[in-house]
Ligand binder design. Structure first.
Ligand SMILES: [Zn+2]
Length: 279
């Protein structure tokens, strides 16, 4: 008799160990469990708490530019190791590992694209390559991008995410702050637009240079934006830090960020600004 038969379907297993790797993730924002595919479909934004997960440079470029319009610049510019720097590992080895892991040559991708039909110089950083750290190549690629924009009289957009200057390059990485800032100064002198977009996290020398110099500064929601980390500041000033310190919303309230834009609206926002401001 059919009612005594075992059900054909398999009981859904709820034990955590039975979940294959990568199918579910525990959200960093709300600790809830999210289906990885849902996260991918939602541009890597948690559908429950809207935590904006980091994106690869390639994903962000695809999200922002007009279809197939991106032409990459300086693809083969690679970091060298002028100081022969060794911490727990030689710097050369770290670069090699980062290249293998990310299939990228450096922590920033630059190029020319059309956004809403407007020719734009676009730079996008990638945190997965050595924490988005700014070494001589990151600075050089961005400077060449900005200088090309100045020559071609087109606007610049840079998406930042970075742990700051690359310590393995010491002073050479710190000099990139001055170099990129000077290039932006020349761009500004020609009356050309620069839009900076802060994404989570942007800190150190990147915040202290080109990322904070936008004519228009955009931030993704709840992104960590700062120079030194909160613990260092707390120890230095010996005071409790206000709640929400170093988050996009806090910086917006204090006038350092102009607009907070959710990922799903970023392309439209950039298109509107570009079409409104660029003749
Ligand atoms: Zn969440």
């Amino acid at each position: 008799m059919s009612i005594f038969r075992k059900p054909k379907y398999v009981t859904v297993q709820t034990k955590k160990s039975s979940i294959p790797d990568g199918l579910w993730v525990k959200c960093k924002g709300c600790n809830d469990t999210i289906y990885t595919r849902k996260l991918e479909e939602n541009q890597k934004v948690c559908p429950k708490c809207e935590y904006h997960y980091p994106l690869k440079a390639s994903e962000r470029i695809k999200m922002v530019v007009d279809d197939k319009s991106f032409q990459e610049m300086d693809v083969n510019l690679k970091s060298v190791d002028p100081l022969g720097f060794v911490d727990s590992k030689p710097y050369k080895e770290r670069i090699k590992q980062a290249e293998e892991k990310t299939k990228m040559n450096e922590a920033v991708v630059t190029g020319i694209a059309k956004i809403g039909g407007v020719k734009t110089a676009l730079g996008v950083m990638d945190f997965s390559f050595m924490g988005g750290s700014m070494g001589a190549v990151v600075g050089e690629k961005l400077t060449r991008l900005i200088e090309k924009a100045a020559r071609d009289k087109i606007p610049v957009i840079i998406f930042s995410t970075s742990g700051g200057a690359r310590m393995q390059e010491s002073t050479l990485s710190l000099m990139q702050m001055a170099k990129t800032s000077a290039a932006l100064g020349r761009l500004s002198g020609k009356g050309l637009l620069y839009i900076s977009v802060f994404t989570d996290p942007t800190t150190g020398g990147t915040t202290a240079s080109f990322a904070s110099l936008g004519d228009i500064i955009i931030a993704e929601p709840k992104a960590l934006i700062g120079f030194a980390g909160p613990r260092v500041i707390k120890q230095t000033i010996q005071q409790e830090l206000p709640s929400g310190f170093q988050k996009s919303e806090f910086l917006f309230d204090h006038g350092l960020v102009d607009i907070i834009v959710e990922r799903k609206n970023i392309r439209n926002t950039l298109v509107n600004i570009l079409q409104f401001t660029v003749k």
